[in-house]
Design a protein around this ligand. Structure first.
Ligand code: GLP
Length: 258
């Protein structure tokens, strides 16, 4: 498939990335309602969600006509467990904004039939008309959602086994190593690529290698984020440390994002 390079913007630090990303999302939400959002979790997303909450409280945006689909959820972790992505999203976004609870959708990690739940979730995204704007972080190993290295670009929402590196990276949300989940349900790479627009944000030196592999490396399953170069409508927002290994240094920008 023809490569279609993402638009890359480098801003000074993580705070500036969150500001820029929030301006991007706010503009899109003010421009299009109802809107279907794809949402990620993780430390990178936290300051962005804080700004979306502030914008909602300031009356700049509303989630009343929004529907959201989270990228992933651990298998076997109860929604009320502090380590679950359900709990993360409640804490950082959902309980602070005016999106009806039934439209804040996350895979059910407690489903008995995990494969059936993955298929149901995939169908739910399609039935909603697909995703207008998908927010992505990136794992240090280049994963997007929980699509670990080796994930097929044709993959759909499914159960996956987490790489040890990912379990270690996410261990902070669990009381001990034993309780860090081994499995998750994740939107597949093909599911992600069907989003009409994608914003990937990356901050910190630990993401520099993954960002460089995604943007400059071979397009293939070794770096799941490299699939984004087949999409055609991707914006990548990095701080300087996360952009440090890029071959072609995009001009650091101080323009307001659209
Ligand atoms: C997890 C999530 C990803 C996220 C990644 C990076 O693996 N499944 O969606 O992008 O962590 O998280 P952080 O922003 O905390 O580095």
């Amino acid at each position: 498939m023809k490569e279609r390079a993402p638009r890359i913007e480098v801003v000074g630090n993580a705070n500036a990335v969150a500001e820029r990303a929030a301006a991007f999302v706010i503009a899109r939400m003010r421009d299009r309602q109802p809107i279907n959002l794809g949402l990620a979790t993780g430390a990178t997303m936290t300051p962005l969600y804080a700004r979306l909450v502030a914008a909602t409280h300031a009356g700049l945006i509303s989630f009343r006509a929004a529907t959201s689909f989270n990228l992933d959820e651990y298998v076997g972790v109860a929604p009320q467990s502090p380590g679950s992505f359900h709990a993360y999203m409640q804490e950082h976004l959902f309980r602070h904004v005016d999106m009806p609870a039934e439209r804040a959708r996350i895979p059910d990690g407690m489903a008995i039939e995990v494969a059936a739940e993955a298929a149901r979730y995939e169908a739910q995204i399609a039935a909603a008309g697909g995703i207008d704007l998908l927010l992505l972080g990136i794992g240090a190993n280049g994963h997007i959602g929980f699509n670990e290295p080796g994930s097929d670009f044709a993959s759909r929402t499914r159960e996956i086994w987490l790489d040890e590196a990912t379990r270690i990276a996410n261990a902070g949300n669990f009381p001990d190593r034993v309780s860090v989940p081994r499995r998750a349900i994740t939107m597949g790479i093909a599911t992600i690529l069907e989003a009409r627009s994608i914003l990937l944000i990356a901050t910190g030196p630990e993401k520099a290698a993954a960002v460089a592999a995604a943007i400059d490396g071979p397009i293939g399953p070794a770096c799941p984020a490299s699939a984004l170069r087949q999409h055609g409508n991707v914006d990548v927002l990095c701080d300087e440390p996360a952009a440090a290994a890029l071959a072609t240094r995009p001009r650091a920008s101080n323009r307001r994002r659209a």
